[in-house]
Design a protein. Structure first.
Length: 221
């Protein structure tokens, strides 16, 4: 029985993975390197300097993680609102969540300052029960900390929580927490592993996903 929903953000609600890819490529081209899908897979779901540490290790860079993170953040902040767009079916899915009267919140590895830029562009952010960001955890995905905290925020057991994720790292975190995990891969993550996921959905409008939610209050008794 599902009593609450935790939503990832990047690549699940908003098509930000292509922005991250562009940011990574800008930063790496300054160093004579290029960003790639293999590196993006390693970085997904990891928090702040831990994600940047993957970039440094992948290309054997001599940069300090904190300094490289600051540089990446500056580029991302410049591009974010200009390039931001919702994932297909987002408006319909959020409308369905609200109509079902189920509690739902955000559990993203993004830094809060960027979440605070993105959410005000929506007309539903005030409906969120909680907002957890990478700033709120010690261990990034695939560690289960984020989703154990999400269950606490919802006041439910993880086994009664539905989690939506687009990446292998994110799905692994939700599965490790004991949540009912639905993966919705995008063009950047479709080749990643989702072992243990309850469902691999086609999109946010997949009828199999919607069937896991309580009936819409608009449908009557």
């Amino acid at each position: 029985m599902i009593h609450g929903v935790a939503l990832d953000m990047d690549g699940l609600l908003f098509d930000t993975e292509r922005i991250y890819f562009q940011v990574g490529d800008v930063v790496l081209q300054r160093r004579g390197k290029r960003f790639c899908n293999a590196l993006q897979t390693r970085m997904m779901g990891r928090v702040g300097v831990h994600a940047i540490a993957e970039m440094i290790a992948f290309h054997q860079l001599g940069d300090e993680p904190v300094a490289l993170l600051e540089e990446s953040n500056e580029v991302y902040g410049e591009l974010l609102l200009e390039l931001l767009r919702p994932m297909p079916g987002l408006a319909e899915f959020v409308d369905r969540l609200i109509a079902s009267r189920i509690k739902f919140g955000l559990a993203t590895s993004s830094q809060r300052k960027f979440v605070d830029m993105i959410l005000p562009t929506t007309d539903w952010h005030t409906e969120l029960e909680f907002i957890l960001t990478g700033d709120d955890v010690t261990h990034g995905k695939p560690h289960p900390e984020m989703y154990l905290k999400a269950a606490d925020e919802l006041g439910i057991e993880p086994t009664n929580m539905l989690v939506l994720e687009d990446s292998g790292n994110g799905a692994a975190a939700a599965i490790a927490a004991g949540a009912v995990t639905v993966a919705i891969p995008n063009e950047h993550t479709r080749d990643q592993a989702f072992e243990g996921a309850y469902l691999i959905a086609d999109s946010l409008t997949d009828e199999r996903l919607w069937s896991l939610l309580p009936p819409s209050a608009r449908d009557g008794p």
